[in-house]
Design a protein around this ligand. Structure first.
Ligand code: HEC
Ligand code: HEC
Length: 385
């Protein structure tokens, strides 16, 4: 919101009332008195550039519709002097003209002239449309209008005096530091993954995770007859579903697999996260957390949420690029326990699009020797390529 009205609700109401008088009564010829043929907008009003050709009767309902569709008042686009609606003093009025032209063009070119796309289609009662698809647990900004936003407490400031690198170091130290990883570089875990979707139950599946620092992982999910496998390591980045052939992961999928590796994340986050930056703290599940953002070679945006006191990672969100915008995947870590001096999460929840939520719950995580060969892509499938 670039234009902020500082008026009280009462003043806004008074303005709106005054405007009605100005628009339909005082400065213009009343349209009702025009007889059979309505005046056109450009005949009845002073500075019409986009609504030309339409009946002047529609001007005020159109302005009220703009208010409803964007959740704003008249002065969001118009000069604060309610008697001078013709002035182009605010950039939002120019933006609104471009929007009118866009909506007209879309309906003409794509919907055969039927008014299928409206301001509300994108704006949903908010001055700035929500461009990003939602995943479970993300609160949408409410569509309550500019008065509501103007009276919100100020967002917490970006913390000064601490760098992204320091927050990452604090996290790495909190989970035991490099020394703990060197003492127990490889882990074996067994547990379940359970998908939840509103209104649709799924059975838990058994999973086995083999992990080796700083960046090797094999996940075996028991899925009926044949297992589903996903693995990455210095020489391998592959997945195999059931009896199908192994395939290479796409580049973005590979980065996502690394970020989703709950055990090796501390050992490789500093290498993975490019251009790390401290952001405004955010409230997650009722607590204010430090936020570090950045990107990976193949994912446009990653956000890490750290506990203020302990430095522990509570949430990681990464965004995947598509031809039409980005969508998020969110990982929440809970139930962190000690395994041979390393603090590792036993439970984490991955929220994805379509409101799918996958709970990974480990019953058992232990230090154990794991051969590098375990992470290699299955030879038969590799030969068949
Ligand atoms: C989202 C932006 C927006 C909001 C909100 C808005 N308007 Fe407008 N208004 C415009 C634009 C754009 C035009 C010029 C349209 C054109 O060029 O065809 C306009 C034109 C007008 C005009 C014609 C002025 C003239 O003589 O040229 C009046 C009167 C008017 N608006 C009144 C209102 C009132 C009253 C409200 C609140 C109920 C309101 N507007 C809310 C964008 C807005
Ligand atoms: C296809 C989606 C879409 C439709 C339909 C649409 N808008 Fe928008 N509008 C946007 C987007 C996206 C932005 C933000 C642009 C940006 O941030 O640069 C925006 C921004 C605006 C802004 C500027 C808000 C600000 O605070 O900077 C105004 C005013 C606006 N739209 C008015 C309208 C009006 C009036 C209509 C209907 C005639 C309309 N829009 C229809 C997508 C749309």
């Amino acid at each position: 919101m670039k234009v902020i009205s500082r008026r009280s609700v009462g003043a806004l109401l008074a303005t709106a009332l005054g405007t009605f008088l100005v628009a339909v009564g005082l400065t213009q010829t009343p349209v009702a008195a025009q007889g059979a043929a309505d005046q056109k907008m450009e005949q009845a009003f002073k500075n019409i550039k986009s609504l030309n050709g339409q009946s002047a009767e529609l001007l005020l309902p159109t302005m009220v519709y703009f208010e409803a569709a964007l959740g704003v008042g008249c002065p969001y686009c118009h000069d604060n002097d309610a008697a001078k609606r013709e002035l182009d003093t605010k950039p939002t009025k120019q933006v609104a003209r471009r929007m009118i032209e866009m909506v007209n063009a879309v309906n003409k070119n794509t919907f055969g002239g039927a008014p299928r796309v409206t301001c509300f289609t994108c704006h949903s009662g908010r001055p700035e449309p929500i461009g990003m698809p939602n995943v479970i647990g993300q609160a949408l900004p409410p569509a309550l209008g500019e008065d509501y936003y103007d009276n919100l407490p100020a967002a917490p400031a970006v913390p000064t005096g601490m760098s992204a690198g320091q927050l990452l170091d604090k996290y790495i130290a909190a989970v035991g530091g490099e020394a703990a990883v060197q003492k127990a570089p490889s882990l074996m875990a067994a547990g379940t993954v359970t998908q939840r979707r509103i209104g649709r139950p799924f059975p838990a599946q058994q999973v086995e995770i083999s992990s080796k620092a700083p960046g090797m992982e094999l996940i075996v999910t028991k899925a009926g007859q044949a297992d589903n496998l996903v693995a990455y390591g210095p020489a391998a980045l592959w997945a195999k579903a059931g009896n199908g052939a192994a395939r290479n992961l796409r580049k973005a999928e590979g980065d996502a697999t690394r970020l989703e590796d709950a055990f090796n994340l501390p050992a490789q986050i500093k290498q993975l996260l490019m251009e790390p930056k401290v952001e405004r703290p955010e409230i997650v599940l009722g607590r204010e957390l430090y936020v570090v953002s950045g990107r990976t070679p193949n994912l446009p945006r990653v956000k890490l949420y750290f506990e203020k006191e302990s430095g522990m990672l509570r949430r990681l969100t990464y965004y995947t690029e598509s031809s039409f915008g980005q969508y998020p995947t969110q990982i929440d870590y809970t139930d962190v326990r000690d395994v041979s001096g390393r603090k590792v999460p036993f439970t984490w929840v991955i929220s994805q699009t379509r409101n799918r939520e996958f709970t990974w719950a480990m019953q058992n995580v232990r230090a154990a020797a794991v051969e590098d060969a375990k992470f290699a892509r299955p030879a038969a499938a590799a030969a068949s390529q």
